[in-house]
Design a protein around this ligand. Structure first.
Ligand code: DAH
Length: 357
């Protein structure tokens, strides 16, 4: 008598169920499917072997095999459902935007934090140069009274020198008594007043800050711009000390290729006064639109403190003397980095700014 081909059906079914439980991905399931329920499966092979059975046994065997196939197929389907649900959940987790959980600096969602402006970078570099030379750094208000911006600096009302500064007036108090500062020079006055009040002379300080003039912006002017003011009040100070500081600064900041020169000039608060110029770095002195064909760029002014300014703040000019200077931070940035049009400094285009660190 031939043994029944279904003698081991229970074991074979149990093995198939174990294989199905061990499938760990939809891809593996698809690969294994032909050997579990398909043509290459043991179930199909058993079906084909029914030829050896006596006809009266075939019906019973067919029913057994069909039941085994139903169990295996339903286990395979439920495994397929589990695996595809797990795969979908993983995809959602990976691709999903959790808008409630955006954290700056989170690598899953790196947010741009922009870039410091070149003006801020330049101001810090200039401060560093002057601090290394022994200066302290101070700041003053951007809105000033006429007295600080003009009068205490030896520019009385109706003085023709007022025409040097195209002034924005603030509508506050009497007409034309409050201004947006046209230069950082009024901060000198605040500093000297404070030193007198605290009896803390001498002063060696630089004062960076924002200034305003009714100018039409062009390639080398902005209506809102930045200056750095310098003030030294000490005993026995002369023009030679000023020239030394300007020269040392120019070499430290611009490097040995750039020349500086002091030209006689006029400012009401210094006597003698000079204009401080450096070689135009755009044309290297040849003459171009940026330097109005002169080959030189005026950075600012300087001079020996006028006794009238010392008197305005109550400093004894027979004991103390000093010098001051003031020049454009934006101009320094422009010359240092050869920026043909200064307006690029305030456009906040990060493609421009990312060139500077
Ligand atoms: N405040 C002047 C300006 O903006 C520049 C200046 C000239 C500043 C001479 C000074 C100085 O301290 O002594 O045009």
């Amino acid at each position: 008598m031939t043994s029944s081909p279904l003698a081991n059906l229970a074991d074979q079914t149990a093995k198939l169920l174990a294989t199905i439980a061990g499938l760990d991905s939809i891809d593996h399931l698809r690969e294994a499917e032909p050997t579990i329920t398909g043509k290459r499966s043991i179930l199909s092979a058993l079906q084909k072997s029914f030829g050896v059975l006596a006809p009266e046994d075939r019906k019973e065997a067919g029913a057994q095999l069909q039941e085994a196939r139903r169990v295996v197929e339903s286990a395979l389907e439920s495994r397929r459902r589990e695996l595809s649900q797990a795969a979908r959940a993983r995809t959602l987790l990976q691709d999903g935007l959790d808008l409630g959980d955006v954290v700056v600096g989170d690598v899953r969602w790196p947010a741009s934090v922009g870039h410091p402006s070149l003006i801020a970078i330049t101001q810090r570099e200039l401060e560093d140069v002057f601090v290394a030379m022994g200066f302290t750094v101070s700041e003053g208000p951007e809105v000033e009274s006429d007295w600080y911006n003009f009068e205490a600096l030896n520019i009385p009302p109706a003085h023709p020198a007022r025409g040097l500064w195209d002034t924005f007036y603030v509508e506050l108090g009497e007409p034309e008594t409050v201004v947006l500062r046209t230069h950082t020079s009024p901060t000198q006055i605040h500093l000297m007043e404070e030193a007198v009040a605290k009896d803390s002379l001498p002063i060696h300080s630089v004062m960076p800050g924002r200034c305003f003039r009714r100018d039409t912006p062009d390639s080398s002017h902005l209506a809102t711009f930045h200056q750095i003011e310098g003030l030294v009040v000490d005993r026995g100070i002369s023009f030679a000390d000023l020239a030394g500081v300007i020269e040392t600064f120019t070499r430290a900041y611009f490097g040995p290729d750039i020349e500086s020169r002091l030209r006689p000039g006029y400012f009401p608060f210094t006597e003698p006064s000079a204009e401080f110029e450096v070689t135009c770095t755009i044309c290297r002195g040849e003459g171009c639109r940026t330097c109005s064909q002169t080959g030189w760029i005026e950075l600012g002014g300087c001079g020996v403190l006028d006794p009238a300014v010392l008197a305005a703040v109550g400093i004894d000019g027979s004991e103390w003397s000093g010098f001051a200077f003031g020049f454009g931070i934006d101009r320094c940035a422009q010359m240092r980095h050869q920026i043909a049009d200064m307006r690029a400094l305030i456009e906040n285009d990060t493609r421009f700014l990312e060139q500077f660190s």
